[in-house]
Design a binder for this molecule. Structure first.
Ligand code: UDP
Length: 577
Protein backbone atom coordinates (compact mmCIF):
# COMPACT_ATOMS: atom_id res chain seq x y z
CA UNK A 1 0.00 0.00 0.00
CA UNK A 2 1.23 3.47 -0.87
CA UNK A 3 2.56 5.48 2.09
CA UNK A 4 2.86 9.25 2.03
CA UNK A 5 6.21 10.13 3.50
CA UNK A 6 5.56 13.84 3.98
CA UNK A 7 2.78 13.32 6.55
CA UNK A 8 3.34 15.64 9.51
CA UNK A 9 4.92 14.25 12.64
CA UNK A 10 2.79 14.31 15.76
CA UNK A 11 3.56 17.14 18.10
CA UNK A 12 3.77 14.68 20.92
CA UNK A 13 4.84 15.91 24.33
CA UNK A 14 7.47 14.08 26.37
CA UNK A 15 4.67 12.75 28.58
CA UNK A 16 2.81 11.43 25.57
CA UNK A 17 5.91 9.65 24.31
CA UNK A 18 6.47 8.13 27.75
CA UNK A 19 2.93 6.76 27.83
CA UNK A 20 3.16 5.40 24.28
CA UNK A 21 6.55 3.79 24.82
CA UNK A 22 5.47 2.12 28.06
CA UNK A 23 2.26 0.52 26.90
CA UNK A 24 1.19 1.20 23.32
CA UNK A 25 4.04 0.61 20.91
CA UNK A 26 4.77 -2.85 19.53
CA UNK A 27 7.64 -4.74 21.09
CA UNK A 28 9.52 -7.91 20.27
CA UNK A 29 9.82 -10.91 22.58
CA UNK A 30 12.74 -9.26 24.41
CA UNK A 31 10.77 -6.10 25.05
CA UNK A 32 12.53 -4.02 22.41
CA UNK A 33 10.24 -1.35 20.94
CA UNK A 34 9.57 -2.05 17.27
CA UNK A 35 7.64 1.02 16.16
CA UNK A 36 7.52 4.81 16.45
CA UNK A 37 4.33 6.66 17.37
CA UNK A 38 3.94 7.45 13.65
CA UNK A 39 4.17 3.74 12.86
CA UNK A 40 1.51 3.10 15.49
CA UNK A 41 -0.89 5.59 13.91
CA UNK A 42 -0.13 4.07 10.49
CA UNK A 43 -0.83 0.56 11.81
CA UNK A 44 -4.16 1.71 13.25
CA UNK A 45 -5.16 3.73 10.14
CA UNK A 46 -4.36 0.87 7.80
CA UNK A 47 -6.23 -1.72 9.86
CA UNK A 48 -9.35 0.41 10.30
CA UNK A 49 -9.40 1.47 6.63
CA UNK A 50 -9.16 -2.18 5.58
CA UNK A 51 -12.80 -2.60 6.65
CA UNK A 52 -13.77 -0.81 3.43
CA UNK A 53 -12.29 -3.61 1.36
CA UNK A 54 -13.93 -6.21 3.55
CA UNK A 55 -17.32 -4.49 3.22
CA UNK A 56 -16.79 -3.84 -0.49
CA UNK A 57 -17.93 -0.23 -0.08
CA UNK A 58 -16.16 0.93 -3.20
CA UNK A 59 -14.26 3.53 -1.16
CA UNK A 60 -10.58 3.93 -1.91
CA UNK A 61 -9.11 2.29 1.22
CA UNK A 62 -5.64 3.76 0.65
CA UNK A 63 -7.04 7.29 0.49
CA UNK A 64 -9.15 6.73 3.58
CA UNK A 65 -6.14 5.26 5.40
CA UNK A 66 -4.31 8.50 4.71
CA UNK A 67 -7.21 10.56 6.10
CA UNK A 68 -7.44 8.39 9.23
CA UNK A 69 -3.69 8.64 9.67
CA UNK A 70 -3.65 12.42 9.44
CA UNK A 71 -6.61 12.77 11.79
CA UNK A 72 -4.71 10.81 14.44
CA UNK A 73 -1.17 12.01 13.82
CA UNK A 74 -2.36 15.62 13.93
CA UNK A 75 -4.10 14.77 17.22
CA UNK A 76 -7.52 15.89 15.94
CA UNK A 77 -9.11 12.60 16.95
CA UNK A 78 -7.97 9.53 18.86
CA UNK A 79 -9.78 6.22 19.33
CA UNK A 80 -9.88 4.60 22.77
CA UNK A 81 -6.69 3.00 24.03
CA UNK A 82 -7.40 -0.64 23.07
CA UNK A 83 -7.72 0.43 19.41
CA UNK A 84 -4.35 2.19 19.52
CA UNK A 85 -2.74 -0.74 21.30
CA UNK A 86 -4.27 -3.69 19.48
CA UNK A 87 -5.27 -2.73 15.92
CA UNK A 88 -3.29 -4.70 13.35
CA UNK A 89 -1.83 -6.95 16.02
CA UNK A 90 -2.56 -10.51 16.95
CA UNK A 91 -4.95 -9.65 19.80
CA UNK A 92 -7.00 -7.26 17.65
CA UNK A 93 -9.46 -6.39 20.45
CA UNK A 94 -10.38 -2.75 19.95
CA UNK A 95 -13.15 -1.88 22.43
CA UNK A 96 -12.85 -0.19 25.83
CA UNK A 97 -16.31 -1.04 27.13
CA UNK A 98 -18.17 -4.25 27.88
CA UNK A 99 -21.13 -5.28 29.98
CA UNK A 100 -21.61 -8.91 31.00
CA UNK A 101 -24.71 -10.58 32.41
CA UNK A 102 -24.61 -12.09 35.90
CA UNK A 103 -27.52 -14.36 36.70
CA UNK A 104 -28.52 -15.95 39.95
CA UNK A 105 -26.59 -19.19 39.48
CA UNK A 106 -23.08 -20.47 40.15
CA UNK A 107 -22.65 -21.31 36.47
CA UNK A 108 -23.53 -17.80 35.36
CA UNK A 109 -21.43 -16.08 38.03
CA UNK A 110 -18.27 -18.05 37.33
CA UNK A 111 -18.84 -17.92 33.59
CA UNK A 112 -18.92 -14.11 33.93
CA UNK A 113 -15.64 -14.19 35.89
CA UNK A 114 -14.00 -16.22 33.15
CA UNK A 115 -15.29 -13.81 30.49
CA UNK A 116 -14.11 -10.85 32.58
CA UNK A 117 -10.61 -12.31 32.66
CA UNK A 118 -10.56 -12.64 28.88
CA UNK A 119 -11.77 -9.07 28.40
CA UNK A 120 -9.30 -7.59 30.89
CA UNK A 121 -6.46 -9.41 29.24
CA UNK A 122 -7.34 -7.56 26.04
CA UNK A 123 -7.43 -4.09 27.63
CA UNK A 124 -11.21 -3.71 27.95
CA UNK A 125 -13.21 -2.73 31.03
CA UNK A 126 -16.29 -4.57 32.27
CA UNK A 127 -19.54 -3.55 33.92
CA UNK A 128 -22.05 -5.79 35.69
CA UNK A 129 -25.30 -5.55 37.49
CA UNK A 130 -25.32 -7.87 40.48
CA UNK A 131 -29.00 -7.19 41.07
CA UNK A 132 -30.21 -10.57 39.86
CA UNK A 133 -28.21 -12.48 42.49
CA UNK A 134 -30.33 -13.55 45.46
CA UNK A 135 -29.49 -11.74 48.72
CA UNK A 136 -27.18 -13.07 51.42
CA UNK A 137 -28.67 -15.70 53.73
CA UNK A 138 -31.38 -16.69 51.29
CA UNK A 139 -32.07 -20.37 50.60
CA UNK A 140 -30.02 -22.49 48.22
CA UNK A 141 -32.24 -25.45 47.35
CA UNK A 142 -29.59 -27.68 45.81
CA UNK A 143 -27.37 -27.64 48.90
CA UNK A 144 -29.98 -26.84 51.55
CA UNK A 145 -27.55 -24.11 52.57
CA UNK A 146 -27.63 -20.34 52.62
CA UNK A 147 -26.59 -18.00 49.82
CA UNK A 148 -23.61 -15.69 50.15
CA UNK A 149 -25.09 -12.71 48.30
CA UNK A 150 -23.82 -10.32 45.60
CA UNK A 151 -21.14 -8.70 47.74
CA UNK A 152 -19.23 -11.89 48.42
CA UNK A 153 -19.21 -12.70 44.69
CA UNK A 154 -17.97 -9.22 43.85
CA UNK A 155 -14.86 -10.04 45.88
CA UNK A 156 -14.18 -12.99 43.59
CA UNK A 157 -14.47 -10.76 40.51
CA UNK A 158 -12.12 -8.32 42.21
CA UNK A 159 -9.54 -10.99 43.02
CA UNK A 160 -9.64 -12.31 39.44
CA UNK A 161 -9.07 -8.78 38.11
CA UNK A 162 -6.17 -8.24 40.50
CA UNK A 163 -4.50 -11.37 39.14
CA UNK A 164 -4.91 -10.48 35.46
CA UNK A 165 -3.74 -6.83 35.52
CA UNK A 166 -4.69 -6.71 31.86
CA UNK A 167 -1.69 -8.59 30.51
CA UNK A 168 0.67 -5.70 31.16
CA UNK A 169 -1.30 -3.15 29.12
CA UNK A 170 -3.52 -1.56 31.72
CA UNK A 171 -5.29 -2.28 34.95
CA UNK A 172 -8.56 -4.12 34.77
CA UNK A 173 -11.48 -1.91 35.60
CA UNK A 174 -14.95 -3.00 36.70
CA UNK A 175 -18.24 -1.31 37.37
CA UNK A 176 -20.49 -2.98 39.92
CA UNK A 177 -24.13 -1.93 40.00
CA UNK A 178 -26.78 -2.91 42.52
CA UNK A 179 -30.38 -1.75 42.21
CA UNK A 180 -31.56 0.34 45.13
CA UNK A 181 -34.41 -2.13 45.72
CA UNK A 182 -32.10 -5.13 46.23
CA UNK A 183 -32.30 -6.46 49.83
CA UNK A 184 -28.49 -6.17 50.28
CA UNK A 185 -28.40 -2.52 49.23
CA UNK A 186 -27.33 -1.09 52.61
CA UNK A 187 -24.26 -3.35 52.71
CA UNK A 188 -23.50 -2.55 49.08
CA UNK A 189 -23.53 1.19 49.76
CA UNK A 190 -20.95 0.63 52.52
CA UNK A 191 -18.82 -1.94 50.73
CA UNK A 192 -16.02 0.42 49.71
CA UNK A 193 -15.81 2.35 52.96
CA UNK A 194 -12.54 0.56 53.59
CA UNK A 195 -10.41 1.82 50.69
CA UNK A 196 -8.32 -1.35 50.62
CA UNK A 197 -11.15 -3.59 49.42
CA UNK A 198 -12.69 -3.96 45.95
CA UNK A 199 -9.94 -1.76 44.55
CA UNK A 200 -10.64 -2.96 41.00
CA UNK A 201 -14.27 -1.84 41.17
CA UNK A 202 -16.13 1.40 40.79
CA UNK A 203 -19.52 0.95 42.37
CA UNK A 204 -22.80 2.71 41.65
CA UNK A 205 -26.27 2.37 43.07
CA UNK A 206 -28.93 1.93 40.40
CA UNK A 207 -31.67 4.41 41.36
CA UNK A 208 -35.21 4.18 40.03
CA UNK A 209 -37.81 6.89 39.43
CA UNK A 210 -39.98 5.29 42.15
CA UNK A 211 -37.13 5.59 44.59
CA UNK A 212 -36.43 9.24 43.71
CA UNK A 213 -40.13 10.03 44.12
CA UNK A 214 -40.14 8.32 47.52
CA UNK A 215 -37.11 10.42 48.53
CA UNK A 216 -38.95 13.57 47.56
CA UNK A 217 -42.12 12.56 49.44
CA UNK A 218 -40.17 11.14 52.39
CA UNK A 219 -41.91 7.81 51.83
CA UNK A 220 -40.93 4.18 52.05
CA UNK A 221 -40.07 1.85 49.20
CA UNK A 222 -39.93 -1.93 48.76
CA UNK A 223 -36.88 -4.18 48.83
CA UNK A 224 -37.60 -7.24 46.70
CA UNK A 225 -35.91 -10.61 46.46
CA UNK A 226 -34.85 -10.85 42.80
CA UNK A 227 -35.22 -14.65 42.92
CA UNK A 228 -39.02 -14.60 43.28
CA UNK A 229 -40.04 -10.93 43.55
CA UNK A 230 -41.04 -11.42 47.21
CA UNK A 231 -41.23 -8.30 49.39
CA UNK A 232 -38.42 -8.56 51.95
CA UNK A 233 -38.93 -5.28 53.77
CA UNK A 234 -39.63 -1.60 53.38
CA UNK A 235 -37.07 1.13 53.92
CA UNK A 236 -37.24 4.89 54.25
CA UNK A 237 -36.08 6.21 50.87
CA UNK A 238 -34.65 9.32 52.47
CA UNK A 239 -32.58 7.25 54.93
CA UNK A 240 -31.10 5.20 52.09
CA UNK A 241 -30.44 8.34 50.05
CA UNK A 242 -28.67 9.93 53.03
CA UNK A 243 -26.64 6.76 53.49
CA UNK A 244 -25.46 6.96 49.86
CA UNK A 245 -24.63 10.65 50.26
CA UNK A 246 -22.76 9.99 53.50
CA UNK A 247 -20.52 7.34 51.96
CA UNK A 248 -19.92 9.33 48.77
CA UNK A 249 -19.01 12.34 50.89
CA UNK A 250 -16.64 10.10 52.85
CA UNK A 251 -14.56 8.91 49.87
CA UNK A 252 -16.43 9.39 46.59
CA UNK A 253 -18.17 5.99 46.41
CA UNK A 254 -20.76 4.81 45.61
CA UNK A 255 -21.72 6.82 42.54
CA UNK A 256 -25.31 6.81 41.36
CA UNK A 257 -26.94 6.02 38.03
CA UNK A 258 -30.54 6.66 37.06
CA UNK A 259 -31.69 3.33 35.63
CA UNK A 260 -35.04 4.45 34.24
CA UNK A 261 -33.33 7.27 32.42
CA UNK A 262 -30.79 4.89 30.86
CA UNK A 263 -33.67 2.73 29.68
CA UNK A 264 -35.74 5.64 28.44
CA UNK A 265 -32.85 6.25 26.02
CA UNK A 266 -32.28 2.56 25.31
CA UNK A 267 -32.35 2.46 21.49
CA UNK A 268 -33.19 -1.25 21.35
CA UNK A 269 -35.73 -1.99 24.12
CA UNK A 270 -36.96 -4.96 22.06
CA UNK A 271 -33.53 -6.59 22.48
CA UNK A 272 -33.15 -6.14 26.22
CA UNK A 273 -33.04 -3.91 29.28
CA UNK A 274 -30.04 -1.83 30.25
CA UNK A 275 -28.88 -2.71 33.74
CA UNK A 276 -25.28 -1.54 33.78
CA UNK A 277 -22.70 0.80 32.30
CA UNK A 278 -19.00 0.34 31.60
CA UNK A 279 -16.48 1.08 34.40
CA UNK A 280 -16.42 4.86 34.16
CA UNK A 281 -20.18 5.21 33.68
CA UNK A 282 -20.33 6.85 30.25
CA UNK A 283 -21.51 3.84 28.28
CA UNK A 284 -24.77 2.07 29.15
CA UNK A 285 -24.83 -1.31 27.40
CA UNK A 286 -26.98 -4.41 27.16
CA UNK A 287 -25.52 -7.65 28.51
CA UNK A 288 -22.84 -8.93 26.07
CA UNK A 289 -22.64 -5.61 24.25
CA UNK A 290 -19.34 -3.85 23.69
CA UNK A 291 -18.64 -0.36 22.45
CA UNK A 292 -15.66 1.38 20.97
CA UNK A 293 -15.10 5.00 21.80
CA UNK A 294 -13.22 7.82 20.12
CA UNK A 295 -12.75 11.46 21.01
CA UNK A 296 -12.33 14.61 18.97
CA UNK A 297 -9.76 17.00 20.35
CA UNK A 298 -11.68 20.28 20.50
CA UNK A 299 -8.49 22.21 21.22
CA UNK A 300 -7.61 21.49 17.57
CA UNK A 301 -10.97 22.70 16.25
CA UNK A 302 -10.30 26.41 16.77
CA UNK A 303 -9.07 28.99 14.35
CA UNK A 304 -8.10 32.51 15.40
CA UNK A 305 -10.22 32.53 18.53
CA UNK A 306 -13.29 30.98 16.81
CA UNK A 307 -14.61 27.47 16.37
CA UNK A 308 -13.66 26.00 13.00
CA UNK A 309 -17.07 24.40 12.30
CA UNK A 310 -16.00 23.11 8.87
CA UNK A 311 -13.07 21.24 10.31
CA UNK A 312 -15.19 19.96 13.20
CA UNK A 313 -17.85 18.69 10.78
CA UNK A 314 -15.26 16.98 8.58
CA UNK A 315 -13.65 15.38 11.62
CA UNK A 316 -16.98 14.13 12.99
CA UNK A 317 -17.86 12.51 9.66
CA UNK A 318 -14.50 10.85 9.31
CA UNK A 319 -14.44 9.74 12.96
CA UNK A 320 -17.94 8.23 12.69
CA UNK A 321 -16.86 6.20 9.68
CA UNK A 322 -13.69 5.22 11.54
CA UNK A 323 -15.65 3.94 14.56
CA UNK A 324 -18.12 2.02 12.40
CA UNK A 325 -15.16 0.39 10.66
CA UNK A 326 -13.73 -0.56 14.07
CA UNK A 327 -16.79 -2.75 14.67
CA UNK A 328 -16.04 -4.52 11.41
CA UNK A 329 -12.37 -5.37 12.01
CA UNK A 330 -12.61 -5.86 15.78
CA UNK A 331 -11.69 -9.30 17.13
CA UNK A 332 -14.18 -9.95 19.91
CA UNK A 333 -13.21 -11.95 22.98
CA UNK A 334 -16.45 -13.99 22.95
CA UNK A 335 -18.90 -15.22 20.33
CA UNK A 336 -21.86 -13.72 22.26
CA UNK A 337 -20.17 -10.31 22.30
CA UNK A 338 -19.34 -10.54 18.61
CA UNK A 339 -22.97 -11.23 17.81
CA UNK A 340 -24.52 -8.60 20.08
CA UNK A 341 -22.07 -5.86 19.13
CA UNK A 342 -22.53 -6.40 15.41
CA UNK A 343 -26.31 -6.50 15.82
CA UNK A 344 -26.53 -3.05 17.48
CA UNK A 345 -23.31 -1.47 16.23
CA UNK A 346 -23.06 1.09 19.02
CA UNK A 347 -20.26 3.59 18.75
CA UNK A 348 -19.30 6.36 21.16
CA UNK A 349 -17.89 9.49 19.57
CA UNK A 350 -17.09 12.20 22.10
CA UNK A 351 -14.72 15.02 22.83
CA UNK A 352 -11.63 15.95 24.78
CA UNK A 353 -9.94 19.32 25.11
CA UNK A 354 -13.20 21.13 25.88
CA UNK A 355 -11.57 23.24 28.63
CA UNK A 356 -8.72 24.05 26.23
CA UNK A 357 -11.19 25.15 23.58
CA UNK A 358 -12.89 27.48 26.06
CA UNK A 359 -9.52 29.00 26.97
CA UNK A 360 -8.76 29.58 23.32
CA UNK A 361 -12.16 31.24 22.90
CA UNK A 362 -11.61 33.30 26.06
CA UNK A 363 -14.70 31.91 27.83
CA UNK A 364 -14.54 30.99 31.52
CA UNK A 365 -15.65 27.37 32.05
CA UNK A 366 -17.98 28.48 34.85
CA UNK A 367 -20.04 30.86 32.72
CA UNK A 368 -23.51 30.42 31.24
CA UNK A 369 -22.03 31.22 27.83
CA UNK A 370 -19.65 28.27 28.15
CA UNK A 371 -22.50 25.88 29.04
CA UNK A 372 -24.58 27.24 26.17
CA UNK A 373 -21.69 26.76 23.77
CA UNK A 374 -21.23 23.21 25.13
CA UNK A 375 -24.80 22.43 24.06
CA UNK A 376 -24.23 23.96 20.65
CA UNK A 377 -20.98 22.08 20.02
CA UNK A 378 -22.38 18.75 21.18
CA UNK A 379 -25.62 19.20 19.22
CA UNK A 380 -23.54 19.84 16.11
CA UNK A 381 -21.44 16.75 16.75
CA UNK A 382 -24.49 14.60 17.51
CA UNK A 383 -26.44 15.79 14.45
CA UNK A 384 -23.45 15.34 12.16
CA UNK A 385 -22.69 11.88 13.57
CA UNK A 386 -26.33 10.80 13.11
CA UNK A 387 -26.34 12.09 9.53
CA UNK A 388 -23.14 10.20 8.83
CA UNK A 389 -24.59 7.08 10.41
CA UNK A 390 -27.63 7.42 8.12
CA UNK A 391 -25.31 7.80 5.11
CA UNK A 392 -23.45 4.69 6.25
CA UNK A 393 -26.78 2.85 6.55
CA UNK A 394 -27.50 3.66 2.92
CA UNK A 395 -24.10 2.41 1.91
CA UNK A 396 -23.78 -0.62 4.22
CA UNK A 397 -27.24 -1.25 5.66
CA UNK A 398 -28.77 -0.26 9.01
CA UNK A 399 -27.78 -2.10 12.21
CA UNK A 400 -29.40 -5.55 12.16
CA UNK A 401 -31.64 -4.87 15.21
CA UNK A 402 -32.98 -1.71 13.55
CA UNK A 403 -36.52 -3.05 13.10
CA UNK A 404 -38.33 -2.43 16.37
CA UNK A 405 -35.71 0.06 17.59
CA UNK A 406 -36.56 3.64 18.58
CA UNK A 407 -35.43 4.81 15.13
CA UNK A 408 -37.84 2.51 13.34
CA UNK A 409 -40.45 5.18 12.58
CA UNK A 410 -42.02 6.33 9.33
CA UNK A 411 -40.13 9.20 7.75
CA UNK A 412 -36.95 8.60 9.78
CA UNK A 413 -33.82 7.67 7.88
CA UNK A 414 -32.40 4.36 9.08
CA UNK A 415 -29.06 4.55 10.87
CA UNK A 416 -26.08 2.24 10.89
CA UNK A 417 -25.42 2.60 14.63
CA UNK A 418 -27.82 2.22 17.57
CA UNK A 419 -25.90 5.00 19.34
CA UNK A 420 -23.31 7.45 18.05
CA UNK A 421 -22.14 9.65 20.92
CA UNK A 422 -20.54 9.17 24.35
CA UNK A 423 -18.36 11.47 26.44
CA UNK A 424 -15.48 9.32 27.69
CA UNK A 425 -13.07 10.32 30.44
CA UNK A 426 -10.15 10.17 27.94
CA UNK A 427 -7.80 9.52 30.86
CA UNK A 428 -4.90 8.33 28.74
CA UNK A 429 -5.70 9.51 25.23
CA UNK A 430 -5.88 13.10 26.47
CA UNK A 431 -2.28 12.74 27.69
CA UNK A 432 -1.32 11.48 24.24
CA UNK A 433 -3.16 14.39 22.61
CA UNK A 434 -1.78 16.87 25.18
CA UNK A 435 -5.29 18.14 25.84
CA UNK A 436 -7.57 18.61 28.82
CA UNK A 437 -9.60 15.46 29.61
CA UNK A 438 -13.09 14.97 28.22
CA UNK A 439 -15.31 17.88 29.19
CA UNK A 440 -13.56 18.37 32.52
CA UNK A 441 -12.22 21.77 33.53
CA UNK A 442 -8.46 22.01 34.00
CA UNK A 443 -7.55 20.23 37.19
CA UNK A 444 -4.84 22.77 37.93
CA UNK A 445 -2.58 24.94 35.83
CA UNK A 446 0.34 22.86 37.07
CA UNK A 447 0.05 19.46 38.69
CA UNK A 448 1.38 16.00 39.27
CA UNK A 449 -0.49 13.24 37.46
CA UNK A 450 -0.35 9.60 38.40
CA UNK A 451 -0.97 7.32 35.43
CA UNK A 452 -0.81 3.67 34.53
CA UNK A 453 -0.49 2.25 38.05
CA UNK A 454 2.20 4.25 39.82
CA UNK A 455 4.03 6.32 37.23
CA UNK A 456 4.18 10.02 38.03
CA UNK A 457 4.14 12.82 35.44
CA UNK A 458 4.51 16.56 36.14
CA UNK A 459 2.61 18.87 33.82
CA UNK A 460 2.26 22.64 33.27
CA UNK A 461 -0.61 23.64 31.04
CA UNK A 462 0.98 24.38 27.63
CA UNK A 463 -1.50 27.14 26.71
CA UNK A 464 -0.79 28.87 29.98
CA UNK A 465 2.94 28.65 29.49
CA UNK A 466 2.58 30.03 25.98
CA UNK A 467 0.37 32.94 27.07
CA UNK A 468 2.59 33.73 30.07
CA UNK A 469 5.58 33.97 27.76
CA UNK A 470 3.73 36.04 25.18
CA UNK A 471 2.43 38.43 27.82
CA UNK A 472 5.78 38.59 29.53
CA UNK A 473 4.81 37.41 32.99
CA UNK A 474 6.50 34.01 32.71
CA UNK A 475 9.11 33.16 35.30
CA UNK A 476 10.16 29.82 36.77
CA UNK A 477 9.42 31.18 40.26
CA UNK A 478 5.87 32.09 39.31
CA UNK A 479 5.30 28.67 37.72
CA UNK A 480 6.51 27.07 40.94
CA UNK A 481 4.18 29.26 43.00
CA UNK A 482 1.24 28.27 40.77
CA UNK A 483 2.10 24.61 41.21
CA UNK A 484 1.92 25.07 44.98
CA UNK A 485 -1.37 26.97 44.86
CA UNK A 486 -3.02 24.82 42.21
CA UNK A 487 -5.14 27.85 41.28
CA UNK A 488 -4.46 31.32 39.92
CA UNK A 489 -7.17 32.80 42.12
CA UNK A 490 -4.92 34.45 44.72
CA UNK A 491 -2.11 35.50 42.43
CA UNK A 492 -2.52 39.20 41.56
CA UNK A 493 0.69 39.17 39.52
CA UNK A 494 -1.31 37.40 36.81
CA UNK A 495 -3.64 39.61 34.73
CA UNK A 496 -7.27 39.27 35.80
CA UNK A 497 -8.66 38.21 32.42
CA UNK A 498 -6.13 35.37 32.35
CA UNK A 499 -7.10 34.30 35.87
CA UNK A 500 -10.77 34.23 34.86
CA UNK A 501 -10.18 32.01 31.86
CA UNK A 502 -7.73 29.58 33.49
CA UNK A 503 -10.21 28.45 36.12
CA UNK A 504 -9.59 25.02 37.59
CA UNK A 505 -11.86 22.27 38.89
CA UNK A 506 -11.52 23.72 42.39
CA UNK A 507 -12.32 27.29 41.43
CA UNK A 508 -15.72 26.37 40.12
CA UNK A 509 -18.78 25.34 42.08
CA UNK A 510 -20.34 21.86 42.00
CA UNK A 511 -23.35 23.52 40.32
CA UNK A 512 -21.07 24.67 37.49
CA UNK A 513 -19.85 21.08 37.07
CA UNK A 514 -23.40 19.76 36.83
CA UNK A 515 -24.46 22.54 34.47
CA UNK A 516 -21.73 21.51 32.05
CA UNK A 517 -22.45 17.79 32.43
CA UNK A 518 -26.12 18.35 31.71
CA UNK A 519 -25.35 20.66 28.74
CA UNK A 520 -23.39 17.86 27.06
CA UNK A 521 -25.80 15.13 28.16
CA UNK A 522 -28.63 16.88 26.37
CA UNK A 523 -27.05 15.98 23.01
CA UNK A 524 -25.29 12.72 23.85
CA UNK A 525 -26.91 9.35 22.99
CA UNK A 526 -25.08 7.51 25.73
CA UNK A 527 -23.79 9.14 28.89
CA UNK A 528 -21.19 11.62 30.05
CA UNK A 529 -18.17 10.81 32.16
CA UNK A 530 -17.73 13.65 34.63
CA UNK A 531 -16.50 14.07 38.17
CA UNK A 532 -18.05 16.78 40.30
CA UNK A 533 -15.28 18.12 42.50
CA UNK A 534 -16.01 19.39 45.98
CA UNK A 535 -13.62 21.20 48.29
CA UNK A 536 -12.54 19.37 51.40
CA UNK A 537 -14.90 21.40 53.60
CA UNK A 538 -18.03 20.58 51.59
CA UNK A 539 -20.88 19.15 53.67
CA UNK A 540 -23.12 16.15 53.14
CA UNK A 541 -25.93 18.59 52.37
CA UNK A 542 -23.84 20.01 49.53
CA UNK A 543 -23.46 16.51 48.07
CA UNK A 544 -27.19 15.75 48.47
CA UNK A 545 -28.05 19.01 46.74
CA UNK A 546 -25.85 18.12 43.74
CA UNK A 547 -27.41 14.66 43.44
CA UNK A 548 -30.86 16.24 43.31
CA UNK A 549 -29.66 18.85 40.84
CA UNK A 550 -28.15 16.19 38.57
CA UNK A 551 -31.44 14.30 38.68
CA UNK A 552 -33.49 17.37 37.86
CA UNK A 553 -31.18 18.52 35.07
CA UNK A 554 -31.33 15.31 33.04
CA UNK A 555 -27.97 13.71 33.91
CA UNK A 556 -27.79 9.90 33.73
CA UNK A 557 -25.54 9.49 36.73
CA UNK A 558 -23.15 11.36 39.00
CA UNK A 559 -19.68 10.76 40.34
CA UNK A 560 -18.46 13.10 43.02
CA UNK A 561 -15.14 13.56 44.71
CA UNK A 562 -14.36 15.62 47.79
CA UNK A 563 -10.79 16.82 47.76
CA UNK A 564 -8.49 14.88 50.07
CA UNK A 565 -11.08 12.21 50.86
CA UNK A 566 -9.06 9.31 49.48
CA UNK A 567 -5.59 8.09 50.40
CA UNK A 568 -4.53 8.00 46.78
CA UNK A 569 -5.75 10.57 44.29
CA UNK A 570 -5.29 10.13 40.57
CA UNK A 571 -4.54 13.84 40.18
CA UNK A 572 -3.07 16.02 42.89
CA UNK A 573 -1.81 19.56 43.04
CA UNK A 574 1.99 19.64 43.28
CA UNK A 575 3.44 20.15 46.75
CA UNK A 576 6.55 22.23 47.30
CA UNK A 577 8.86 20.00 49.26
N1 UDP B 1 -10.82 1.55 30.87
C1 UDP B 1 -10.28 0.37 31.41
N2 UDP B 1 -9.13 0.43 32.14
C2 UDP B 1 -8.47 1.60 32.35
C3 UDP B 1 -9.00 2.79 31.81
C4 UDP B 1 -10.17 2.73 31.07
O1 UDP B 1 -10.86 -0.68 31.24
O2 UDP B 1 -7.41 1.58 33.02
C5 UDP B 1 -12.06 1.50 30.05
C6 UDP B 1 -13.32 1.78 30.85
O3 UDP B 1 -14.40 1.07 30.30
C7 UDP B 1 -13.53 3.26 30.63
C8 UDP B 1 -13.14 3.38 29.17
O4 UDP B 1 -12.03 2.48 29.04
O5 UDP B 1 -14.84 3.63 30.92
C9 UDP B 1 -12.73 4.74 28.69
O6 UDP B 1 -11.77 5.30 29.55
P1 UDP B 1 -10.77 6.43 29.05
O7 UDP B 1 -11.50 7.34 28.14
O8 UDP B 1 -10.10 7.02 30.25
O9 UDP B 1 -9.72 5.55 28.19
P2 UDP B 1 -8.51 5.97 27.24
O10 UDP B 1 -8.92 5.58 25.86
O11 UDP B 1 -8.20 7.42 27.41
O12 UDP B 1 -7.36 5.11 27.71
Amino acid sequence: MKKTKQSPSPALSANARTVLERRYLRRDADGKILETPEDMFRRVAQTIASAETRLETGTDAAKLEEQFYRMMVELDFLPNSPTLMNAGRELGQLSACFVLPVDDSMESIFEAIKHTALIHKSGGGTGFSFSRIRPANDVVASTSGVSSGPLSFMKVFDAATETIKQGGTRRGANMGILRVDHPDIMDFIMCKRDQRVLTNFNISVGLTEDFMKAVEEDGEYDLLNPRDGRLIKKLSARKVFEHIVDLAWNNGEPGIIFLDRLNRDNPTPHVGEIESTNPCGEQPLLPYESCNLGSINLARMCNDGDIDWDKLGRTVRLATRFLDNVIEVNKYPLAQIDEMTRANRKIGLGVMGWADMLIKLGLPYNSTDAARLGEKVMKFIQDTAHETSADLAEERGPFPNFNGSIYDKPGVRPVRNATCTTIAPTGTISIIAGSSSGIEPLFAVSYVRQVLDNDILVEVHPLFEQIAKEMDFYSPELMKKIAEHGTLRDLPEIPEDIRKVFVTAHDITPEDHIRMQSAFQKYTDNAVSKTVNFCHDATREDVAMVYQLAYRSGCKGVTIYRDGSRDQQVLSVAKSE
